[in-house]
Design a protein around this ligand. Structure first.
Ligand code: BGC
Length: 434
């Protein structure tokens, strides 16, 4: 009998220890308040949903292998309410290439500034490991016939300096315009990364154009850039004054305005649609409604997107906005990049869609596109969607600078993440799984 009693006691002890262990690992539960003897803790501010089950949207940098581009489906399907929002990088890249080619065709008589028979261009690369950047480099090379293929895809490496056309990542292109053949050469290209490691760095591009000009001067007939931040830095430093057409990407307001002063053109990646989608997928998941609500299907406030501005690819769990070229012909329609997109600008009713809190980060607070265009748009939409968003700005170099500021995920209902490096999704999902 004594033996049975001590066995029972041991069992009780083991069980209660196990219960304690389980509790300890549940970091979403708040520490019990002082003097609180109850064992079942009250729900945290954001309800009883575990962080790992909360809606999560990746945006602008798609979880993927930065060398091969292969999508990180583990991150993209972290839970059933996980999505990516970006834009169609290949369609946009083709448009950018075509826009430059159209410009050359229309200005063929004056494009070759030194009359050496070679149309020379320089290219500012944003981030050699970023899908968007890679696609744009390829798009320009493809359109200008300077592309070199390897294993079925166009090389996207920077060439450095290519004065004699011997670089292996590109070739001299041939364009036939008005029955005449012209040679096109990528004179130089470089990833615009600063010494601290920030990519897409406008200041680096502004300095680099000076170096390129001192090497090539009037051999440079066109300046191309993976984005407007770098494009405008080169335009303001050199090409505006020297009347050399400069092409970027993003349709930031300053770049669109510069078209009146000779900036060649840019591509709108429909940030007004992307910013909406970024918050909208979270809203829908939080409301527990069909994910298509207010996207492909009108919601109760009449918000809806037509399929000429976005597409959804289910196998990639990704929404992609479609791009539009912005040139001298149509730039007047794009002067305010921070204006919400009219078809999805209706206020949601606060009773049916109560306020929820979202943690959102911008990987680099100094990134022109994200800070001057994307974040202001998000801030316009968060009110319309009744979302209380905490915006965190990173330093563009280290993931830890951002993840450090996600100390208490339990405080939020949903998360929107813009990684420094597309390979680093686990740094965030790890925090949400703890
Ligand atoms: C934009 C760039 C920006 C980058 C940041 C791209 O889609 O075009 O301007 O620097 O995203 O990740």
């Amino acid at each position: 009998m004594k033996k049975a009693l001590s066995l029972l006691l041991t069992l009780v002890m083991v069980l209660s220890l196990a219960a304690c262990g389980g509790k300890e690992s549940d970091t979403s539960a708040p520490p019990p308040a002082e003097g609180d003897s109850s064992t079942s803790a009250p729900p945290v501010e954001s309800g009883d949903v575990a962080n790992k089950d909360k809606p999560l949207v990746w945006f602008n940098r798609q979880p993927s292998n930065s060398s091969t581009g292969e999508l990180d489906m583990t991150a993209l399907s972290f839970n059933e309410d996980t999505y990516y929002v970006g834009f169609d990088a290949n369609q946009g890249a083709e448009l950018q290439g075509q826009m430059i080619l159209d410009y050359i065709t229309a200005h063929i008589d004056e494009i070759d500034r030194n009359g050496d028979g070679v149309i020379g261009y320089v290219l500012a690369i944003g981030d050699i490991g970023h899908n968007d950047s890679i696609a744009r480099t390829r798009g320009v090379r493809k359109a200008l016939d300077t592309a070199v293929e390897e294993n079925g895809s166009i090389k996207s490496d920077a060439v450095g300096i290519n004065a004699d056309g011997s670089a292996s990542a590109v070739k001299d292109g041939k364009l036939t315009i008005g029955g005449k053949e012209y040679t096109v050469r990528e004179l130089a290209s470089q990833e615009m990364k600063n010494s601290a490691g920030a990519t897409w760095d406008a200041a680096t591009a502004g300095n680099t154009i000076n170096t390129w000009v001192s090497t090539f001067n009037d051999q440079i007939d066109i300046v191309a850039s993976n984005n407007d931040g770098m494009g405008m830095a080169m335009f303001n430093t050199w090409s505006k004054e020297n009347k050399v057409p400069t092409f970027g990407y993003d349709a930031n307001s300053d770049a669109v305005a510069a078209i009146a002063d000779g900036y060649g053109g840019t591509i709108s990646q429909h940030a007004d649609v992307q910013a909406y989608l970024t918050l909208r997928v979270l809203r829908n998941a939080l409301d527990g409604v069909d994910i298509d609500s207010g996207i492909g299907t009108a919601d109760d406030a009449g918000n809806v997107l037509s399929n000429d501005v976005f597409k959804y690819v289910d196998s990639e769990r990704s929404y992609y906005a479609l791009n539009v070229a912005v040139t001298a012909e149509n730039y007047q329609d794009f002067t305010d990049a921070t204006k919400t997109y009219a078809p999805v600008s209706n206020q949601l009713d606060a009773t049916a869609h109560p306020t929820k809190s979202v943690w959102l980060n911008i990987y680099n607070a100094a990134d022109n596109f994200l800070s001057a265009t994307y974040q202001p748009l998000l801030q316009n939409y968060d009110d319309l969607l009744n979302l209380n968003v905490e915006y965190i700005g990173g330093d563009g170099q280290t993931e830890g600078n951002i993840t450090n500021r996600l100390g208490n995920p339990s405080q939020y209902d949903a998360f929107a993440i813009n990684m420094v490096k597309t390979d680093n999704a686990a740094a965030y999902t790890g925090l949400l799984s703890q």
